[in-house]
Design a protein around this ligand. Structure first.
Ligand code: THU
Length: 164
């Protein structure tokens, strides 16, 4: 990805982080996704008194993109103090990712003044992910991009039972 595009993605996530509603955790997180059309959509974590209803910044960004008719993800960025996409977010991100979709984890450090960037792939964050193709639950005319995100990931080898 071009440097200035990555800069825009990080800045968008940082900006969204300022909007985080996190009175319970006091842990603001911002996220932004770059879609295949080249647009950027941001999200922040939004918490709730009923803790289980809190939503993470990453899902909030993906859903924001979906609301605008955008699904395919080129890159995802999350910004905070050592943020890490949770398991739920990894599965949700994967829905609209390909095996090429980049993930940038931007750690602002404890003083929130630094930027340490971990670059990886969304697909790498969830090995053995639940796959609707393998599970055979995808409708015949999926209105999404799953076809393209099929990864050539190797199937796990099954150990044959040893005869004694
Ligand atoms: N959180 C995110 O939004 N994204 C992450 O990558 C890590 C955690 C949120 C969830 C919750 O509102 C708060 O951070 C503390 O867990």
């Amino acid at each position: 990805m071009k440097k200035n595009r990555l800069r825009a993605l990080i800045d968008s996530a940082k900006h969204a982080r300022q909007k985080a509603y996190c009175p319970y955790s006091r842990f603001p997180v911002g996220a932004a996704v770059l879609t295949e059309s080249g647009r950027i959509f941001a999200g922040c974590n939004v918490e709730n008194a009923s803790y289980g209803l809190c939503i993470c910044a990453e899902r909030s960004a993906v859903f924001n993109a979906a609301v605008h008719g955008e699904r395919g993800l080129k890159a995802v960025c999350v910004v905070g103090k050592s943020p890490r996409p949770c398991g739920a977010c990894r599965q949700v991100l994967l829905e609209f990712s390909t095996k090429e979709t980049d993930l940038f984890i931007v750690d602002l450090g404890q003083d929130a003044r630094h930027e340490t960037i971990i670059r990886t792939k969304v697909a790498k964050m969830l090995p053995l992910a639940f796959d609707p193709f393998e599970a055979g639950i995808l409708p015949p005319n999926p209105q999404n991009l799953l076809q393209r995100r099929r990864s050539p990931e190797k199937k796990p080898r099954r150990r044959s039972a040893k005869k004694k």
